[in-house]
Write a protein that binds this ligand. Structure first.
Ligand code: BGC
Length: 505
């Protein structure tokens, strides 16, 4: 068993990456003739315009979760910020849905918290959901329905009730280290499909499974807070099984076509893919690190649930092909895109994992967000094209930036939407875009400093007042006109690099 200590600068900094597209792709196809850059892109009327959130990041009253406990431990969260001081979204359902409606949004991605619906293990086992907990999500989904906003429901976004994962017992098998968690998750999906399936067609089973696993079991800045690659890969192997069983459960229980498009349920994961770049492009070892990082972080999980191809021993080769318990368990692919990482010479090499993309602020000319992540719209094209190889529809389930000064979001939004438009011109089937996030939120280990919201939240006001950022009218205009021009982008303010960095994170 390998134990290690990693020092990382951010909660989601040890996350995946996708690579330079071309890596490992064979190169048999002739290069297409260069096309002139379009001066405008358009979107079809049925394209979904959305924002995303996650329950724990915006709700109060989830102290009885692993994250509730984790946040109460000294030094785990920047500034010792506490989630209960956040936007308190369940007290603002009507007004938050109103904000979306005013923007002309047509979809909303959010998560349902298992711990709110089943606060105790006894509740879960007896299937006696908490009445108020379930009612809150009914209220939200009905309010969205009244405004014609399509829900995209995530069933697990990083957080478990403490009866599933308890960070005060880090040496105990936790969460998806246990087979009974896979069974529990399947039941959870089945119950949610049965209860909400008449109003929900779009589902995400697991949000960013590799981020959750790696940040909890490698970087140890998420619960359960350990550094152990054996435990990490044990979790990953159960995550793919849990996803597949949830997929089947949702298709069994959700047979109502709520939005009238002829399909009752579209089920997938939200997958965090990144561009991986070599530290030194002249070194074969660094190029090989890029290839291996791409395999582990971007393709391992997706290969399993789309193709049924499983690299069980994490050596880079497929050990099981077309596993019937896994193959075909994605109706679309959800892509979360946040940027680029480097691997090679300066990265750690770990058993099972290979090169670890330890993300520090990269030394290059790209502008940085408040979390010092590169702003890299061109990389979006790379990961979109890489994901498009699976031949499934794509929803951009997350894309956004920490920008507390509200100086970069408009250009960021427009440039990333332009990349989506260009990808669609290349023939990629992209069906929707969910900007992260609707409102400022509790940014995991980063606390409240990183501000991702379209609407900024005044945490000092008792009402948790929401105020529109400059990108709100821009998003509303693009969603209304279904059109974005290069001239519009050129008219937006230039980027400021790291305008208000989140120190100590
Ligand atoms: C997660 C979100 C998080 C966002 C920004 C994604 O990895 O799904 O929960 O807020 O990144 O860090």
């Amino acid at each position: 068993m390998l134990r290690l200590v990693l020092r990382l600068t951010g909660a989601v900094s040890l996350t995946a990456g996708a690579v330079a597209l071309a890596v490992g792709c064979g190169g048999a196809e002739p290069d297409p003739l260069p096309q002139p850059e379009p001066t405008e892109v358009t979107f079809p009327p049925q394209f979904l315009w959305g924002t995303g959130t996650a329950g724990f990041q915006i709700e109060s009253g989830l102290d009885h979760t692993d994250w509730g406990i984790w946040a109460s431990l000294p030094g785990k969260i920047a500034g010792d910020d506490q989630p209960n001081d956040g936007p308190d979204a369940l007290a603002h359902i009507a007004s938050d849905v109103g904000l979306m409606a005013t923007m002309g949004l047509t979809s909303y991605r959010f998560s349902i918290e298992l711990a709110r619906v089943y606060p105790t293990r006894a509740d879960f086992d007896a299937d006696t959901p908490d009445v108020a907990g379930l009612a809150a999500y009914d209220e939200l989904i009905d309010a969205l329905g009244d405004e014609g906003i399509e829900p995209l429901v995530t069933l697990h976004h990083f957080v478990w009730p403490s009866y599933v994962r308890d960070p005060t017992q880090p040496t105990e098998p936790q969460g998806f280290e246990r087979d009974d968690t896979v069974a529990l998750f399947e039941s959870w999906c089945s119950r949610m499909g049965a209860h909400f399936g008449d109003r929900v067609d779009l589902w995400v089973t697991l949000n960013e499974p590799l981020v959750e696993a790696s940040v909890g079991y490698l970087a140890s800045i998420f619960p359960p807070g350990v550094s152990d690659t054996d435990r990490l890969v044990a979790v990953m192997k159960r995550q793919v099984r849990a996803h597949a069983r949830c997929y089947d459960a949702l298709h069994e229980t959700d047979q109502t076509d709520a939005n009238g498009d002829g399909v009752a349920a579209m089920v997938s994961i939200a997958k965090h893919d990144r561009v991986y770049e070599p530290f030194d492009a002249s070194l074969d070892t660094d190029l090989d690190a890029v290839r291996r990082a791409t395999h582990f972080w971007n393709r391992w999980f997706t290969d399993a649930i789309v193709l049924g191809d499983l690299d069980e021993d994490f050596d880079g080769d497929v050990d099981v092909t077309g596993d019937p318990a896994l193959v075909g368990r994605a109706d679309y692919l959800g892509l979360n895109y946040y940027g680029v990482s480097k691997v090679g010479t300066l990265s750690l090499e770990l058993p099972h994992v290979g090169p670890v993309p330890v993300q520090i602020a990269l030394l290059n000319d790209r502008p940085k967000t408040d979390l010092r992540w590169d702003i890299y719209p061109a990389g979006f094209a790379v990961v979109i094209d890489e994901m498009a190889r699976y031949g499934l529809p794509i929803y951009i389930t997350e894309n956004g930036l920490a920008d507390s000064k509200d100086v970069n979001r408009s250009r960021f939004l427009a440039e990333h939407l332009f990349e989506i438009g260009k990808a669609m011109l290349r023939g990629v089937d992209i069906r929707g875009y969910y900007h992260w996030s609707l409102i400022d939120n509790f940014e995991w280990a980063g606390g409240f400093c990183p501000r991702f919201g379209f609407y900024s939240v005044d945490y000092d006001s008792p009402e948790r007042t929401r105020s529109a950022t400059a990108a709100v009218p821009l998003m509303a205009d693009i969603a209304a006109t279904l059109r974005l021009t290069q001239a519009t982008i050129d008219g937006l303010p230039a980027y400021l690099s790291a305008p208000a960095p989140c120190e100590g994170f």
